[in-house]
Write a protein that binds this ligand. Structure first.
Ligand SMILES: [Zn+2]
Length: 128
Protein backbone atom coordinates (compact mmCIF):
# COMPACT_ATOMS: atom_id res chain seq x y z
CA UNK A 1 0.00 0.00 0.00
CA UNK A 2 1.21 3.52 -0.73
CA UNK A 3 -0.19 6.97 -0.17
CA UNK A 4 0.80 8.24 -3.62
CA UNK A 5 -2.05 10.32 -5.08
CA UNK A 6 -3.28 8.88 -8.31
CA UNK A 7 -5.78 9.70 -11.03
CA UNK A 8 -6.82 6.10 -11.25
CA UNK A 9 -10.13 5.48 -9.54
CA UNK A 10 -9.72 3.17 -6.62
CA UNK A 11 -11.56 -0.09 -6.55
CA UNK A 12 -14.22 0.36 -3.93
CA UNK A 13 -13.64 -1.49 -0.69
CA UNK A 14 -16.65 -3.59 -1.51
CA UNK A 15 -14.91 -5.37 -4.35
CA UNK A 16 -12.05 -6.70 -2.24
CA UNK A 17 -13.60 -10.12 -1.82
CA UNK A 18 -10.29 -11.73 -2.83
CA UNK A 19 -6.89 -10.76 -4.25
CA UNK A 20 -8.00 -10.38 -7.84
CA UNK A 21 -11.73 -9.65 -7.89
CA UNK A 22 -13.62 -9.89 -11.16
CA UNK A 23 -17.14 -8.76 -10.53
CA UNK A 24 -19.78 -9.81 -13.03
CA UNK A 25 -23.52 -9.48 -13.08
CA UNK A 26 -25.07 -12.79 -12.17
CA UNK A 27 -28.83 -12.57 -12.07
CA UNK A 28 -31.86 -10.66 -10.89
CA UNK A 29 -34.23 -11.93 -8.25
CA UNK A 30 -37.67 -10.42 -8.72
CA UNK A 31 -39.99 -9.85 -5.79
CA UNK A 32 -43.62 -10.30 -6.81
CA UNK A 33 -46.91 -9.52 -5.14
CA UNK A 34 -49.95 -10.94 -6.93
CA UNK A 35 -47.71 -11.76 -9.90
CA UNK A 36 -46.62 -8.14 -10.25
CA UNK A 37 -42.95 -7.36 -9.75
CA UNK A 38 -42.63 -4.79 -6.97
CA UNK A 39 -38.89 -4.98 -6.59
CA UNK A 40 -35.70 -6.55 -7.86
CA UNK A 41 -32.50 -7.60 -6.16
CA UNK A 42 -29.58 -7.44 -8.57
CA UNK A 43 -27.01 -10.08 -7.75
CA UNK A 44 -23.33 -9.63 -8.60
CA UNK A 45 -20.70 -12.27 -8.19
CA UNK A 46 -16.94 -12.43 -8.23
CA UNK A 47 -15.86 -14.77 -11.02
CA UNK A 48 -12.69 -15.62 -9.12
CA UNK A 49 -13.82 -16.53 -5.62
CA UNK A 50 -17.54 -17.06 -6.48
CA UNK A 51 -18.66 -14.87 -3.60
CA UNK A 52 -21.87 -13.00 -4.06
CA UNK A 53 -21.03 -9.37 -3.60
CA UNK A 54 -23.12 -6.33 -3.12
CA UNK A 55 -23.50 -3.02 -1.41
CA UNK A 56 -22.80 -2.65 1.39
CA UNK A 57 -20.06 -5.15 2.04
CA UNK A 58 -21.18 -8.38 3.59
CA UNK A 59 -19.30 -10.35 6.20
CA UNK A 60 -17.89 -13.82 5.58
CA UNK A 61 -20.37 -15.25 8.07
CA UNK A 62 -23.39 -13.56 6.49
CA UNK A 63 -25.64 -14.16 3.49
CA UNK A 64 -27.92 -11.84 1.56
CA UNK A 65 -31.52 -12.46 2.38
CA UNK A 66 -34.91 -10.88 1.98
CA UNK A 67 -37.18 -10.42 4.97
CA UNK A 68 -40.90 -10.46 4.24
CA UNK A 69 -43.25 -8.79 6.66
CA UNK A 70 -46.81 -10.04 6.93
CA UNK A 71 -47.69 -6.78 8.64
CA UNK A 72 -46.95 -4.56 5.65
CA UNK A 73 -48.36 -4.18 2.16
CA UNK A 74 -46.93 -3.62 -1.32
CA UNK A 75 -43.36 -2.45 -1.61
CA UNK A 76 -43.01 -2.19 2.16
CA UNK A 77 -43.48 -5.92 2.54
CA UNK A 78 -39.86 -6.79 1.83
CA UNK A 79 -36.38 -5.65 2.69
CA UNK A 80 -32.91 -6.79 1.63
CA UNK A 81 -30.87 -7.74 4.68
CA UNK A 82 -27.72 -9.50 5.76
CA UNK A 83 -28.53 -12.71 7.60
CA UNK A 84 -26.18 -14.44 9.97
CA UNK A 85 -26.52 -18.17 10.42
CA UNK A 86 -28.00 -17.82 13.88
CA UNK A 87 -28.84 -15.01 16.24
CA UNK A 88 -30.98 -11.92 16.30
CA UNK A 89 -31.42 -9.32 13.59
CA UNK A 90 -32.56 -5.79 14.32
CA UNK A 91 -35.30 -5.10 11.80
CA UNK A 92 -36.59 -1.59 11.31
CA UNK A 93 -40.24 -1.33 10.31
CA UNK A 94 -41.56 1.49 8.12
CA UNK A 95 -42.93 3.22 11.20
CA UNK A 96 -39.39 3.14 12.60
CA UNK A 97 -39.93 0.58 15.27
CA UNK A 98 -37.03 -1.78 15.84
CA UNK A 99 -37.98 -5.44 16.08
CA UNK A 100 -35.68 -8.21 17.28
CA UNK A 101 -36.16 -11.12 14.91
CA UNK A 102 -34.68 -14.53 15.58
CA UNK A 103 -32.53 -16.21 12.92
CA UNK A 104 -32.07 -19.97 12.74
CA UNK A 105 -29.91 -21.40 9.97
CA UNK A 106 -30.12 -18.22 7.84
CA UNK A 107 -33.90 -18.07 8.19
CA UNK A 108 -36.13 -15.74 10.18
CA UNK A 109 -38.26 -17.53 12.75
CA UNK A 110 -41.11 -15.25 13.64
CA UNK A 111 -44.91 -15.24 13.53
CA UNK A 112 -45.11 -12.15 11.34
CA UNK A 113 -41.93 -12.35 9.30
CA UNK A 114 -40.37 -14.87 6.97
CA UNK A 115 -37.27 -14.77 4.85
CA UNK A 116 -35.43 -16.39 2.00
CA UNK A 117 -31.86 -16.38 0.77
CA UNK A 118 -31.15 -14.48 -2.42
CA UNK A 119 -28.73 -17.17 -3.64
CA UNK A 120 -31.53 -19.75 -3.61
CA UNK A 121 -33.71 -17.79 -6.02
CA UNK A 122 -31.43 -16.53 -8.78
CA UNK A 123 -33.22 -15.84 -12.07
CA UNK A 124 -36.54 -16.49 -10.43
CA UNK A 125 -39.44 -14.47 -9.23
CA UNK A 126 -40.44 -14.91 -5.63
CA UNK A 127 -44.08 -14.42 -4.77
CA UNK A 128 -44.32 -12.84 -1.32
ZN1 LIG B 1 -13.45 -12.45 -5.25
Amino acid sequence: MSETPSETPKTPEIYKCCDNPQITYLAPVNINVDEKTIGTVDVWRCAVCKNIVGMPRIGDDEKWGVIISKLQKGKDKWKLVKLKQNGIIKFETIDEKILDLKIEDYKIVDDFHTSFLVEDHLNRAVEI
